[in-house]
Design a protein around this ligand. Sequence first.
Ligand code: NAI
Length: 248
Amino acid sequence: MGVLDGKTSLVTGASRGIGKAIALALAKEGSDVALTYAHQPEPAEQVAADIEKLGRKARFYNCNVADPGANDKLVDLLAADFGQIDIVVNNAGITRDRSFLKMDREMWHDVLNVNLTGPAMVIHRLVGQMLERGDGRIVNITSIVGQMGNFGQANYAAAKGGLIALTKTLAREFARKGVTVNAVAPGFIETDMTADVPEAALDKVRELTPMSRLGKPEEVAAAVVFLASPAASFITGEVLSVNGGMYM
Ligand code: NAI
């Protein structure tokens, strides 16, 4: 028996890293899972196969969250393959780092489109059926950078900070209709996204983190499962930090 038995979840950008850990954790708690990926199908196919081994249904879809047409198509495919979606996890995200004066317009728009407009569009398309049923969970993956800013990440910080503001606004709009909207704000987590960060910078992160280490994708996934579960029924508009104490 899992806390999400009978539920269906959508996790964007679930072919690797935090999204993959979230998809697997939701499945371990009994949820069927639809996952999206942006680039190569093979890793997403493997995640779907791992979920099916857990006895849950899984499907994977190529969908750039920043592309309105792709999101429309995804919603049609989800309706055909799963019927309803109970839990939406907006996880897909990118970075294009550069100090602000060197950051060009394209770097700004790419990051805002994927990390902020994308989640808003996904929610816009899927929340209608949740509101009609009077039941649904939305979890947005923001970042510690959206809470405290970070050198060289003006675009990413603005997008993730905007995602927190979107979370709180939609929490207010949907609260009386049974749909909760929360965010999880990871600190620095060991994934491909942080693999390119120079070791000296990671040492600095460890120094600034009371727990003196980076987090693991599974530690972020556990927070998402909690917010998606019946245990979190009276929590909405919350930003749950998973950062080893780096920002509190
Ligand atoms: P990652 O780079 O390992 O994985 C990102 C995933 O998003 C991949 O599956 C990728 O295919 C997908 N993706 C990228 N662009 C996409 C698009 N346009 N449409 C659909 N999917 C797309 O990243 P990671 O580290 O797993 O990050 C996951 C989320 O957690 C992101 O939103 C990130 O901003 C956030 N985060 C990560 C932290 C870290 O330290 N790794 C810290 C705080 C937040």
